[in-house]
Each structure stands twice: as structure tokens, then as C-alpha cells.
Design a protein around this ligand. Structure first.
Ligand code: PDD
Length: 281
């Protein structure tokens, strides 16, 4: 695999970053995941915009222009011959050469930029979409700025492991009894034909796939309600699903061991997945 590190395209085994990098020492960095379908980037502009926002919220200067980001993304797709897969991008505050809680002087310490591709042949046709996901619920104990896409992913990783241990695929996190989101995706239920997903705020990541799917749903005259919903509502829903750049729209068929609706992928999730894949290609 050819990867990108701080201005250079290199074989992955020749790429390196400093042990003093604040991403490594303090999770002081942000990331984006953009999917590739038929060799084309999906929603690049949305990811570039959110990257800018995450960086601004953390006072890290964006080291590249949107055009430069796009060029690197395209070059990595080409060099690695990616038809279906993802591009991972990470920007950290850089490596000041020592460990200190205070931010280093941005005039001296430049952000570290890393990008790599993940080849996922058959991503759009995964049999998982026919089966649907099983989720468990766990308490959301992450920090209060989940709208910033930081690389601080320990709790979502633990949540994923709790789900695996319980024989499930993922975890939906709850705060004050309301579902926030999945470990790495936004969460939705459908009741009486109405799509319900949590409103935007600091409590969830503002999903790029979420924005696209809500737009497509509105265009297809589907009713959408952006508000928080409880676990009890989810258990009683007709269907459920998640969205993310890596899963697109993926049905959820089980919550905490009990079937949601018929226990099979529902018509709304199935239709939205089709529309999303059609419109994105
Ligand atoms: N995760 N919520 C969380 C906590 C996420 O980590 C993600 C994305 C989403 C969905 O956002 P988007 O539609 O822009 O991908 C929601 C990426 C895919 C990841 O961590 O791999």
C-alpha cells in the first residue's frame, strides 16, 4: 500500500511519525473517513467541510487547502487502485519534541498529516445489509464534544468489544435514557412511517452520511423527525438503521437481544440504502 505522510507518498513500511506526536501521546488530533465507490469519492466536500470545523474547534490550523486534500485523496485511490473502500485521513497537532499539556507554538510545531486507503471489495454489496445488525445498549460516557471528530476512540472501541462479547455487532450509546449514536455511526428508528434520528448538537457527530440520507428521505417524501428518542421507543419501533461513511445505510434488526419490528431489515432502511447507493454512484 502507498500511504501519504507529511507531503510524501511512501510505501506503508517506510512511513513514520514521531514518538512525540500529540496524536499518539494525547489523542490530540482529528480524522475523517471518506468512502470510495467505483473508484469515486463519496461526499468529499462534506468531509472536507467537517474536517475544517473539527480543526477550528481545536485551534489547529488546516495544513492544506480543500483542493490539495482532494488531490491527495484522488492520488491515493489511483496509486492503490481502489474500486471500493475507504480513505482514512488524520491531522494531529504535531510533534513538539517533548511532552507538555499546553499546546505547542503553532509557528514552530506543524500539524502531522497521515492518509491511507483501505481496500474493501464488495463493500456496497455486503450480505450484512440483507441480514441487518444486532446492537446492544451501553451508557455513553464519552466527553462532551462528540461533534468534533477526534481520534479519541477508546470508549467506542470498548463498546464494540462489549457488543462482540454479547454476540452483537455494535452498541448504541445512551445518555439520560436517550440514544445518542452508535459507536461509529448515527442511529435511527422508524415508527409509523416516520424516520426519527437525534437532532444535531455537541452530543453526536454530525454525520456526512446522515445529512445526505435526510436530504434523500425528504426528496422521497418520507417524513423525518430530528429529535432524541429513548431505548424504549427503539425497542418498540417498526424498524431501525444506522448510517456512516463505511456502512452507508445499514438496517438494525435487534436491540439488547430482542427483535426490532419483524426482526428483518425494514422497507424504509432498505429503500434508503438503495437510494443512497444509487445517488452516490
Ligand atoms: N465514523 N458517529 C460517530 C461516533 C462516528 O464515528 C461516525 C463515523 C458517524 C457517522 O459519520 P459519517 O456519516 O460522516 O461517516 C457518526 C467513521 C466512519 C469511523 O470512525 O470509521
Amino acid at each position: 500500500r502507498t500511504v501519504y505522510v507529511n507531503g510524501s507518498y511512501l510505501p506503508e513500511d517506510q512511513a513514520s511519525v514521531s514518538i512525540f506526536d500529540r496524536g499518539f501521546l494525547m489523542a490530540d488530533g482529528v480524522y475523517e473517513v471518506t468512502s470510495v465507490l467505483d473508484g469515486k469519492l463519496i461526499d468529499f466536500a462534506g468531509h472536507a467541510r467537517r474536517l475544517q470545523r473539527s480543526l477550528s474547534e481545536l485551534d489547529i490550523e488546516n495544513p492544506l487547502s480543500d483542493d490539495e486534500w482532494l488531490t491527495i485523496h484522488r492520488e491515493l485511490v489511483r496509486l492503490n487502485d481502489i474500486d471500493q473502500g475507504m480513505i482514512y485521513l488524520q491531522v494531529t497537532r504535531g510533534a513538539p519534541g517533548d511532552r507538555d499539556f499546553a499546546f505547542p507554538d503553532p509557528a514552530v510545531t506543524k500539524p502531522t498529516v497521515v492518509l491511507f486507503t483501505q481496500n474493501k471489495p464488495g463493500l456496497a454489496d455486503t450480505p450484512m445489509a440483507q441480514k441487518g445488525l444486532k446492537v446492544i445498549s451501553i451508557e455513553d460516557i464519552r466527553w462532551g464534544r462528540r461533534d468534533i471528530k477526534t481520534v479519541q476512540l477508546l470508549y467506542p472501541s470498548m463498546g464494540k468489544m462489549m457488543a462482540k462479547k454479547a454476540g452483537a455487532d455494535d452498541a448504541w450509546m445512551t445518555e439520560d435514557g436517550f440514544v445518542t449514536e452508535g459507536t461509529s455511526n448515527n442511529a435511527y428508528i422508524v415508527k409509523g412511517g416516520r424516520i426519527i434520528t437525534r437532532h444535531l448538537g455537541n452530543e453526536i457527530l454530525h454525520g456526512i452520511t446522515r445529512a445526505a440520507v435526510l436530504k434523500f428521505a425528504a426528496e422521497a417524501q418520507m417524513e423525518v423527525e430530528e429529535r432524541s428518542f429513548t431505548l424504549a421507543e427503539a425497542a418498540d419501533a417498526d424498524e431501525a438503521f444506522i448510517t456512516s461513511a463505511s456502512m452507508f445505510v445499514m438496517p438494525v434488526v435487534e436491540l439488547d437481544g430482542a427483535a426490532i419490528g419483524t426482526g428483518k431489515p425494514g422497507p424504509v432502511a432498505t429503500r434508503l440504502r438503495e437510494i443512497y447507493l444509487d445517488e452516490s454512484r
